[in-house]
Design a protein around this ligand. Structure first.
Ligand SMILES: [Fe+2]
Length: 378
């Protein structure tokens, strides 16, 4: 079979290993001297923010901290961060936390260096001036934001998510220390972990997938599918945490090359209208989307490859595995159990069809199809 033409964007430097956080100061010194550390209260409470600050100060950097990041960060979070960044005259960002902290750092970077507001950067490649370097240190294994050029920032009034991307917003280093992820609460491990699994599955089959994204998606799925249940059963199992963190980063690289699909298109309205956590929403929809996409023979072949790397013999077994992940997670496994009424489905379906990621699903999908899929998951 002929190899597809591709143009794979340059990726960031990955620094991986248990205890890698100790290298933060030494690494940061290569990129700046006045740093803003962006994190949230949960990460600060777990001691990770101070750990980062200590490493940076020991290396001689001047450190300012911003810890007031909220889940699903909004334009208000970015404005608050900017108000701290500007007077500190920083030349480097460190985002330490989940996707929310890293995305807030990216969002602040757009405004600090290029001015305007977040709407100006909605889409891709809108920043015309250079941006500051960012070192991303994930403390959850999930979003893969540490390996992506996009920040997801919601409008503070409507909660509509804006995907703001630019190559210059990509972290110069993703510092991956699995030890930092052990402190994730069980709900975070489940929601972030199932998001990472979903990134691997969706990135593998989108209309934009390339030979490079396929490499990363397959390895991401091998790592995360083998360890998702284990981190819930045995949170201190460092080997499982290692696999989840590296798998989530690889899935992030896969997305950067190939985008996402219908499960993510269906998750966004569930989050915006009902406050369902992203990972729960996408994980609930994913098995149904895989079933829907199987009508396409090429997509079914890729699903079989994913099944094979997980040690399974069929796509049906893959769907069962994905559904089983939702069953073992500490959140409701159906939309009805999550408090969603069937009356809401037509509106949800219309909103799902308007999502950017719907366009990359390997099988054409429109509002009536989304209605069927939501009804299957109710
Ligand atoms: Fe996601």
């Amino acid at each position: 079979m002929a190899i597809e033409i591709f143009d794979s964007p340059a990726r960031n430097r990955l620094v991986y290993g248990c205890g890698a956080i100790e290298r933060l100061g030494e690494l940061a010194r290569e990129y700046g001297s006045r740093v803003l550390v962006v994190s949230d209260y949960g990460v600060a409470e777990a001691g990770h923010t101070q750990h980062a600050v200590d490493s940076l100060e020991a290396a001689g950097l001047s450190v300012t901290s911003f810890v007031d990041v909220h889940q699903n960060p909004t334009t208000d979070d970015v404005a608050s961060c900017l108000a701290v960044a500007r007077p500190a005259d920083i030349d480097l960002f460190v985002g330490i936390g989940g996707g929310s902290a890293i995305d807030t750092a990216k969002g602040c970077n757009f405004l600090l260096t290029n001015g305007g507001d977040m709407h100006d950067y909605w889409g891709f490649g809108k920043a015309t001036k250079p941006m500051l370097p960012l070192i991303a240190v994930p403390t959850t294994a999930g979003t893969g934001s540490e390996c992506q050029s996009f920040a997801l920032i919601a409008e503070s009034d409507t909660h509509r998510k804006m995907a703001c991307g630019d190559r210059k917003a990509t972290a110069v280093i993703a510092l991956l220390d699995p030890v930092l992820t052990v402190t994730q609460p069980a709900m975070v491990s489940a929601c972030a972990g199932i998001d990472a699994v979903s990134h691997a599955v969706e990135a593998a089959v989108t209309t934009k997938h390339t030979p490079i994204s396929s490499l990363y998606a397959m390895e991401a799925f091998r790592l995360t599918s083998a360890s998702f249940t284990r981190v819930l059963e045995a949170p201190d199992d460092l080997a499982a945490r290692e696999a989840m963190l590296l798998g989530a980063a690889y899935a992030g690289i896969a997305i950067e090359n190939s985008m996402l699909g219908a499960a993510h298109a269906m998750a966004n309205p569930l989050t915006a209208q009902f406050g369902i956590v992203h990972g729960q929403a996408v994980g609930t929809m994913l098995p149904h989307v895989v079933g829907y996409n199987c009508v396409d023979a090429q997509t079914a072949t890729i699903y079989l490859e994913l099944a094979t790397v997980a040690g399974l013999a069929s796509v049906d077994a893959l769907i069962d595995l994905l559904a089983g992940f939702v069953e073992v997670a500490p959140f409701p496994s159906s939309l009805a159990a999550a408090g969603i009424d069937a009356d809401a489905i037509p509106t949800l379906a219309v909103n799902a069809a308007e999502q950017w990621t719907a366009a990359f699903n390997p099988v054409a999908i429109a509002a009536p199809d989304f209605e069927d899929l939501y009804r299957a998951a109710i």
